[in-house]
Write a protein that binds this ligand. Structure first.
Ligand code: GUN
Ligand code: FE
Length: 423
């Protein structure tokens, strides 16, 4: 027997980049957690099904976060007077080393999973630390909390302190063991291979991971062209590669579904390599500003039809909230536009575009269509703007804009992940 659930509210979603579909006081129907349709008038066959009426609230797709670091959750908002490489060495690596302690990992990861849900993020691509046990604890916590997506045990065998470095052999053996331990253990969380970034991984490790990606048919996530000093360093580590991306391509890690975080300094050639391989960009504007890495050329990426989705990059990003990430994406793009001399090919992101990048774009990484497509698993949140200052009557698009800029957790009233009500 299919269980039918009906949610009523003002439904808003982004069917394509720049477009908003708004249906006031409409119906979202799910059958056995799968979307059966969005209707302005409820079809007769659903008249007797269970209905939850959210009144004037907005009903939108829940957020996707294509890139964040779970073991950096407890150091959000720290060390940003330093650029990337100094921040990693001074703060981040030491913090991640603490996740050798399973008890500490459990405490932080449970808090993270709870807060992600509270912030309306139900699908993630996440870095763990290099610790195998800690990574399983993270996956357990996410699964229990009702979050879905990909988690990677990080691989790193060079250029970090002893407390956060594996040998190449250990790294590959622990990754294999982790993959075997994941097998059949989770309904909603899947593994993804995670070489931290080229400076952290020897050629032998990258080669081993490339073989694992093929053998286990796994997706890959890493970092690319985030910071000037990082890019220069990669050039000295791989003098045979013309560009950073080739250091991944050389080992079979540059392929359809690979996610590269940042890509702030990816030029037209590097972007063309992404487009032709089907590599995704995890755009992390808050982090790129905090660590003053730069402003990514998102408009160019979108014009070139790259797959781009929004990410918090916690703890380069200082907040888990994807409402905040969307506002930061707009702000950063406006500064880039201004300093370009207002060139049309650097046009800033609009609110509907940022909303698309925080929802529909990422949904497509997880195999769903944009917005609320029939046949896709239901991921949705309910936004209640009654806690915001009283206003004149607003159109749904205006209400969405105000909610994005307000970035107020009190406005997130309900969260549904794979049809399951979490909040
Ligand atoms: N590059 C390699 N590791 C990291 C990380 O943890 N955060 C960010 N922002 N960039 C990285
Ligand atoms: Fe990152």
């Amino acid at each position: 027997m299919k269980s039918t659930k009906i949610y009523r509210g003002t439904i808003v979603y982004a069917p394509q980049l720049g477009a908003l579909e708004c249906l006031e006081h409409a119906y979202l129907v799910a059958e056995s957690s799968v979307i059966a349709g969005v209707f302005q008038e409820l079809p007769g066959k659903y008249q007797d099904a269970a209905l939850e009426d959210f009144g004037d609230c907005l009903l939108i797709p829940s957020f996707t976060d294509l890139h964040l670091h779970a073991p950096q959750y407890a150091m959000m908002g720290m060390g940003f007077d330093l650029p990337l490489l100094e921040w990693l060495n001074t703060y981040t690596f030491k913090e991640e080393a603490r996740f050798a302690d399973a008890g500490f990992a459990r405490t932080v990861y449970e808090a993270l999973a709870t807060e992600l849900v509270r912030r309306g993020t139900t699908r993630v691509c996440m870095f763990s630390s290099l610790h195998r046990e800690g990574t399983l604890i993270l996956m357990d916590a996410l699964e229990r909390a009702g979050i879905t997506g990909f988690v990677g045990k990080v691989n790193m065998d060079r250029n970090s302190p002893d407390c956060l470095r594996e040998t190449c052999e250990e790294s590959l053996a622990q990754t294999r063991r982790w993959l075997d331990e994941c097998d059949g253990r989770y309904a909603h969380i899947k593994p993804i291979l995670t070489p931290r970034f080229t400076p952290s991984c020897s050629d032998a490790l990258m080669e081993g991971l490339g073989r694992l990606a093929e053998e286990y048919e796994l997706p890959v996530q890493s970092h690319l062209s985030e910071n000037d000093a990082e890019i220069e360093w990669v050039r000295t580590l791989h003098p045979d590669c013309e560009q950073y991306w080739e250091t991944y391509a050389k080992f079979g890690l540059w392929k359809r579904g690979t996610i590269m975080a940042h890509c702030v300094h990816s030029d037209v050639r590097e972007r063309a390599a992404m487009r032709s391989a089907g590599v995704w960009v995890a755009h992390s504007p808050d982090s790129n500003t905090n660590l003053y890495s730069g402003v990514a050329p998102v408009r160019k990426m979108l014009n070139e039809r790259l797959s781009v989705a929004l990410a918090s990059d916690v703890a380069g990003g200082a907040k888990l909230s994807m409402l905040h990430a969307a506002a930061e994406a707009i702000r950063a793009s406006k500064l880039r536009y201004y300093y370009s001399g207002k060139r049309p090919d650097e046009a800033y992101l609009t609110v509907p575009e940022a909303f698309y990048l925080a929802t529909s774009a990422g949904q497509q990484y997880f195999g769903s269509g944009p917005g609320f497509c029939v046949g896709d698993s239901l991921h949705a949140i309910v936004l209640d703007d009654s806690a915001l200052p009283p206003s004149r009557p607003l159109a749904p698009a205006e209400r969405l804009e105000r909610l994005i800029y307000a970035d107020d957790s009190r406005t997130i009233r309900a969260v549904i992940s794979e049809g399951r009500r979490l909040v």
